[in-house]
Design a protein around this ligand. Structure first.
Ligand SMILES: Nc1ncnc2c1ncn2[C@@H]1O[C@H](COP(=O)(O)OP(=O)(O)OP(=O)(O)O)[C@@H](O)[C@H]1O
Ligand SMILES: [Mg+2]
Length: 486
């Protein structure tokens, strides 16, 4: 697999390995949003190091084993790459420790210190002949005692030929009491934060799969829908490959993308999953505090989950980046749960009926207004926006018509010779005026109201736009949703 935009991180890690060869150890935490490529970087660097003859001990922490005492440390010292005699020795040691003092959660401070010291001595013995790499993937799931051991080792790494590499899920606005607070203050500890991939990287990944003259457009659209999350980018490339010939450079949002959105949401954690489901039912975050009320979750937790899902490329502009993401999450829900949320939402909306209208100027100043993601666009809270029910302007009708047909914001901008940001602003107003949740609602609105269909200023069909723009007769029928896109 082609790994992109990680040259700086590799350079840093290689430099730290060179230091380690001189006996100066260090620890590096790789952090980032869900599916930002933490494990990929950890594995790629480990493979390079192992290829150079340096022993690597690795462990993977998981939520399922979080309560297993010594789980992660046990994985390290029972690593398959160690000689059997050493593994047997460690197994005897672990058994003796537990026999002597009971399970680790019952050990006294002195017993814990003694055990950690024994394990550190073992580690030094293993690293006696040269540098050694220790990796722990998803360290935020490590059991409490293993976490303490890792910290104990890290405090002593500076004078040992041991390099430690950890990956940790980034929790927006939340720190891990042990890992973050302690590690970041030590001079031999480093933090590598992985961001989303950029448009040129999408283009590089698409090379060979999309015709050369279509790559720029494809990469722009793919980036817009994926937010630069490599898992979603790969999924969109898979969808593109599975599409029938003739899709040219167009983005195809299909089954692979839906699966990848679900994988991202599930990997994110319980609150992220709950918030994604609530938002899928709700549609967007325009109504302040409504998602919290719907889910009965506090504002801070919702904000953090939303921020995590924005960073993971699933949400943007106060809703799902693409309607297919929303429908995937809805489809993944238990029918009874979905029905329950829907009826609770209807009750909440009825209850709010007499109060400020959702998304109206007055409503924009209340509690929860800040739940809109930072790059809020269409669908986000905008206190200055028109109330629902107002008439669309000519420009808004033109943008709405193209969006209802399924064109991406970039395509709409190109078609109408305006900027993407103007398109987003128009869409914000359109959704609010039509009182709909997003693009899916637009097609229905067009079918229901022939007055929304632009007349004399009807846009020209996009030449060769294949699946996204089948223009024949759309204005006559007003049934934008009837176009399947071949
Ligand atoms: N730099 C990159 N270039 C291209 N593809 C990448 C890159 N980094 C990761 N990927 C791909 O993206 C997907 C997600 O990567 P990975 O599983 O490493 O993410 P992660 O951050 O460890 O996710 P999680 O938060 O669930 O642990 C994988 O399919 C991986 O191959
Ligand atoms: Mg991972």
């Amino acid at each position: 697999m082609k790994m992109l935009e990680r040259d700086d991180e590799f350079a840093l890690l290689r430099g730290l390995l060179a230091e380690c060869r001189k006996g100066l150890g260090s620890a590096t935490t790789i952090t980032g949003a869900v599916a930002s490529g933490k494990t990929e970087l950890l594995h790629a660097f480990s493979a390079e190091v192992a290829g150079g003859g340096v022993p690597v001990l690795s462990a993977l922490a998981s939520s399922a084993e979080r309560t297993l005492p010594l789980g992660v440390v046990g994985q390290l010292f029972n690593h398959a790459s160690l000689p059997k005699s050493r593994r047997d020795h460690m197994a005897r040691l672990f058994t003796a420790m537990q026999r002597g003092s009971g399970p680790p959660d019952q050990w006294t401070v002195n017993e814990r210190a003694r055990v950690m010291n024994v394990l550190w001595s073992e580690l030094l013995l293993l690293a006696e002949r040269g540098p050694m790499l220790i990796t722990v993937d998803d360290v935020h799931y490590a059991d409490a005692f293993s976490m303490r051991c890792l910290l104990y080792f890290i405090h002593r790494l500076r004078d040992a030929p041991v390099l430690m590499l950890l990956t940790k899920r980034e929790r927006p606005q939340r720190v891990h009491p042990l890992i973050d607070a302690d590690l970041l203050r030590l001079r031999h500890c480093h933090l590598v934060k992985l961001g989303p991939l950029g448009v040129p990287s999408v283009a590089a990944l698409a090379a060979g799969h999309v015709p050369a003259d279509e790559i720029d457009r494809f990469a722009g659209d793919c980036h817009e829908v994926s937010g630069g999350n490599p898992l979603l980018i790969h999924a969109l490339l898979d969808d593109r490959r599975a599409a029938p010939a003739g899709a040219a450079g167009h983005l195809v949002v299909g089954q692979a993308y839906r699966h990848a959105v679900l994988a991202t949401v599930h990997r994110g954690g319980r609150t992220e999953l709950r918030v994604a489901r609530g938002l899928a039912v709700l549609g967007d975050l325009r109504a302040p505090g409504l998602l919290e009320e719907l889910l009965r979750v506090d504002t801070m937790a919702v904000e953090q989950a939303v921020a995590g899902l924005v960073a993971a490329g699933v949400l943007a502009h106060g809703g799902f980046r693409h309607p297919a993401g929303r429908s995937a999450v809805l489809g993944d829900m238990d029918l009874s749960h979905r029905a329950e949320l829907r009826s609770r939402l209807a009750r909440l909306r009825r209850g709010r009926g007499g109060k400020a209208r959702a998304g109206s100027p007055a409503a924009g100043h209340g509690r929860g207004r800040h739940t809109a993601p930072r790059n809020a666009g269409p669908g986000a809270t905008d206190p200055g926006a028109e109330p629902g029910g107002a008439e669309l302007s000519g420009a808004e009708r033109r943008v709405a018509a193209l969006a209802a047909e399924g064109l991406m914001n970039r395509e709409i901008a190109e078609r109408l010779a305006i900027t993407v940001s103007t398109v987003e602003q128009h869409l914000t107003k359109i959704y609010r005026k039509l009182e709909i949740d997003g693009r899916a609602g637009l097609a229905k609105a067009f079918a229901a109201h022939s007055d929304l269909v632009p007349g004399g200023d009807r846009p020209e069909p996009v030449v060769g736009s294949g699946p996204v723009w089948p223009p024949a007769g759309w204005a006559q029928t007003g049934l934008a949703s009837s176009h399947t896109g071949g």
